[in-house]
Design a binder for this molecule. Structure first.
Ligand code: NAD
Ligand code: MG
Length: 357
């Protein structure tokens, strides 16, 4: 069975005509949603805490800014784009008390609905548009006239208009230019967590570190190990992105391709068992429970692990080497900020990232 894709023609902007969308939060996703919607002709208000450092940013971008409670009262659609761990507190204090029947509450990730941390009243529509890309890409691709693909879901359609409004929202974000795919909150949440843990963030960074350490421990030069294990990874991933594994194998030497077939599976022996375990922890809710408890108790373990990996040898070697390669547009992450590393580099993404709390 192939999934149905929805494109611009399947999403009628009229479903949001005359409506106001409150975008709560102005971080990675928040700024992109607010600006893309605004430029697509949707009436947008950005809901932020009175002391939020994002207020001047949003206002300078020409957006209307209000306290969260006022933004919710003003809106027909409320999109929650604060970090997943912070959503419940913001929802309980400022969103739920101001909801009224017929409003559509939206998410960009199903975590809080799926794990039962947020349970909206029965007369509220609940939907999701989850772009398959970080916020700065959602924004830059839209500006260039394209769109990043997204998943959408309707958890509850009390008004009978939820589905049309969710699709119109995805269109205003630019997603339907590339195609959107329907899912459920359960499927989106479980696959998203699995992907980032087993492969995209966790699996890949563990493989890179293990390969780097193996070379350095065997006496090879760390700088060479960096180029081999982290720098070249992008070149390989770019080939896969354009033409799948077949194009990567078409492009590399026969020696590399033969080694791929005979040695690759030795690296991941046992990996599928671990992946099934990880998926089990996600499906049972035990990962969510552990992460929420960690966040609620102050995030000490999270901070310790972050600090430890920050000083891994590959990070220190890599930062030095990248500074001499302006073409990679290098950035350094310091005190929760990402900043351009080398003069002469193009504009790097520079935005604050909230700490665990
Ligand atoms: P973020 O970390 O960029 O933070 C968003 C904003 O929330 C901050 O800029 C700040 O204005 C506000 N905020 C931070 N801490 C807060 C707190 N304790 N109380 C109230 N407000 C607070 O968040 P994000 O990465 O944009 O994620 C927002 C949502 O989008 C999440 O549900 C996430 O899963 C989802 N999502 C993110 C991405 C991504 O690439 N970042 C991709 C798809 C979906
Ligand atoms: Mg994801």
């Amino acid at each position: 069975m192939t999934a149905r894709m929805y494109y611009d023609n399947d999403a009628d902007p009229a479903a949001l005509r005359g409506q106001t969308v409150a975008v709560i939060g102005y971080g990675s996703q928040g700024h992109a949603h607010a600006l893309n919607l605004h430029e697509s002709g949707v009436n947008v208000v950005v809901g932020l805490a009175p002391a939020s450092k994002s207020r001047p940013l949003a206002a300078d971008a020409g957006l209307r800014v209000a306290d969260v409670a006022d933004a919710v009262r003003d809106a027909d659609v409320v999109m929650i784009l604060v970090p997943d761990t912070a959503q419940k507190a913001v929802y309980d204090a400022e969103i739920e008390p101001n909801l009224r029947p017929g409003q559509l509450l939206m998410f960009a990730h199903g975590f809080n609905i799926h794990f039962g941390r947020i349970d909206p009243p029965a007369d509220i529509d609940v939907g999701m548009v989850a772009p398959k890309g970080p916020g700065h890409l959602l924004r830059s691709v839209y500006l260039a006239g394209g769109g990043v693909p997204a998943l959408f879901a309707v958890h509850r359609d009390a008004s009978g208009t939820a589905r049309a409004r969710v699709l119109a929202y995805a269109r205003a974000l630019g997603n339907t230019r590339a195609g959107v795919l329907e899912t459920t909150f359960a499927e989106e949440t479980e696959t998203d967590l699995f992907g980032e843990q087993a492969l995209l963030c966790g699996g890949v960074s563990s493989l890179v570190k293990a390969a780097f350490e193996t070379l350095v421990e065997a006496g090879y030069q760390p700088e060479l190990a960096y180029f081999e294990t982290m720098h070249e990874l992008k070149l390989i991933v770019d080939l896969m992105y354009r033409g799948g594994l077949n194009f990567m194998r078409f492009s590399v030497s026969d020696t590399a391709e033969y080694g791929d077939y005979v040695s690759g599976p030795r690296v991941t022996e046992g990996a599928k068992v671990a992946m099934k375990d990880i998926l089990g922890d996600i499906q049972s809710g035990s990962f969510a429970k552990r992460w929420v408890a960690e966040y609620d108790s102050g995030g000490a373990e999270f901070a310790r692990m972050r600090e430890q990996d920050k000083h891994h040898q590959i990070e220190e070697v890599g930062a030095r080497l990248r500074a001499a390669m302006p073409f990679v547009n290098p950035v350094v992450v310091e005190a929760g900020q990402a900043q351009a590393a080398a003069s002469g580099a193009g504009a790097a993404e520079s935005r604050p990232k909230e700490a665990a709390r």
